[in-house]
Design a protein around this ligand. Structure first.
Ligand SMILES: [Zn+2]
Ligand SMILES: [Zn+2]
Length: 399
């Protein structure tokens, strides 16, 4: 027992190693660029100021998106998808696998679930004891089910999924920008050092390495970013690209594709001004599904329960967290606390003007849970979200 706990502890420590490597390389690149190149090598003041200004914008955006990718917790299915006590008893008492499957089918009728396992059975996670919502998968590293799981990324030591996919894409984009900016501005000094126009010294080696490392990272990031752009346009996760999602009628690679514009909106939100800013902007979409999958989706959702207006492409959980519901802010009033058993409650759906929410967004510490009244494990705080998609509780009218 103690051994397995020790092993898990070691595993947790080692899982930060890739993040540490990236952070070290970035810190070194900062030192090499700002000090060795700009301050010690460049002589023209105007050039120096311009280089440093643009560099710090790129560096700031890169750091912000990296931070948000790492520290935005993955979203898990809400209580609605967990087996109730009686259902769990019934499920565990039953020994015949077919009867167990039938129990799950009955429970799933009340839930907006449209994807199936390859065998045609309802997707159920034994470890989390939840019926998996569409596009949800269990991550064995995080040991939890993750909504719209894309993949577990060791470089951010986090699951990339519903809650942080936009941040991850922006992280790739700003990393590329950071690398290409360094490579473009360092190039002429790289040549000068190479041909001996500038004197030998520590700056020479920093500049030479800076050029190589920036180009190397740029090329590898370009492929990864290109691949993810293709996935976003097709509305596919990495897992779905490897194995097509199964629906009631069989596998369908295009199952979630609702057109390029809407596919992009699902990841980046409707407000284009916020597409390149790492804040949560996904919209709560209640529009009927348009396009070729609509009739099929309408058929498939007609018996699905509470969300008949959702088409396949909109089946994933869509919480409105920031900026969608003006007027929702942190709620720490004594009356609100009394109403929730004296627990500290707060709402993360605050409008963008709220400075504390801006701070939360900036730091990425807005820990949110897709369930209403789900208690924060560390602090006992209760997070309230207003959501209206499968995988989440419906909107709460009380706040
Ligand atoms: Zn699970
Ligand atoms: Zn994970």
């Amino acid at each position: 027992m103690a051994l397995s706990r020790g092993l898990r502890c070691c595993q947790r420590v080692f899982s930060w190693l890739p993040v540490l490597i990236i952070a070290s390389v970035v810190l070194w690149s900062y030192y090499a660029y700002v000090f060795q190149l700009c301050l010690f090598t460049l002589s023209n003041t105007l050039e120096k100021v311009a280089y440093l200004l643009v560099f710090h914008v790129c560096f700031g955006m890169f750091s912000w998106t990296y931070w948000k990718s790492i520290f935005t917790p993955a979203a898990s299915p809400c209580k609605k998808f967990q087996l109730s006590y009686s259902d769990k008893q019934r499920y565990e008492m039953e020994e015949r696998p077919n009867a167990q499957k039938q129990i799950l089918v009955e429970i799933a009728k009340k839930l907006p679930i449209h994807t199936r396992a390859q065998s045609g059975a309802i997707r159920f996670c034994d470890r989390c004891q939840v019926l998996k919502p569409d596009r949800c998968h269990h991550c064995s590293v995080c040991e939890t089910c993750v909504l719209k799981m894309d993949h577990h990324c060791p470089w951010v030591n986090n699951c990339v999924g519903f809650s942080n996919y936009k941040f991850f894409l922006l992280f790739l984009f700003y990393s590329m920008l950071y690398c290409i900016y360094i490579a473009a501005t360092v190039f002429q000094y790289f040549i000068k050092f190479w041909v001996g126009d500038l004197p030998n010294g520590p700056a020479k080696f920093h500049v030479l390495f800076l050029m190589f490392v920036a180009l190397m990272f740029f090329v590898s990031l370009m492929f990864l970013f290109g691949y993810h752009c293709w996935l976003v346009v097709k509305n596919r996760s990495t897992l779905e690209a490897f194995s097509a999602p199964f629906f009631v009628n069989g596998p369908d690679r295009q199952g979630f594709n609702i057109g390029i514009r809407k596919n992009l909106q699902q990841v980046f939100g409707k407000d284009r001004r916020l597409w390149f800013i790492p804040v949560f902007t996904r919209t709560a979409s209640t529009a009927p599904l348009e396009g070729r999958a609509s009739s099929e989706a309408a058929r498939s959702t007609s018996s699905a329960g509470p969300f008949p207006h959702y088409g396949r492409g909109l089946l994933e959980p869509i919480p409105a967290i920031f900026g969608q519901e003006p007027g929702y802010t942190l709620n720490r009033s004594p009356a609100n606390r009394r109403a929730h058993g004296n627990k500290k409650t707060f709402t993360l759906t605050g409008n963008l003007g709220s400075s504390i929410n801006l701070l939360r967004m900036f730091l990425g510490c807005g820990r949110f849970y897709p369930c209403l009244d789900k208690t924060h494990p560390g602090t006992g705080r209760t997070c309230k979200l207003h959501t209206d998609g499968p995988g989440f509780e419906p909107r709460s009218p009380e706040l």
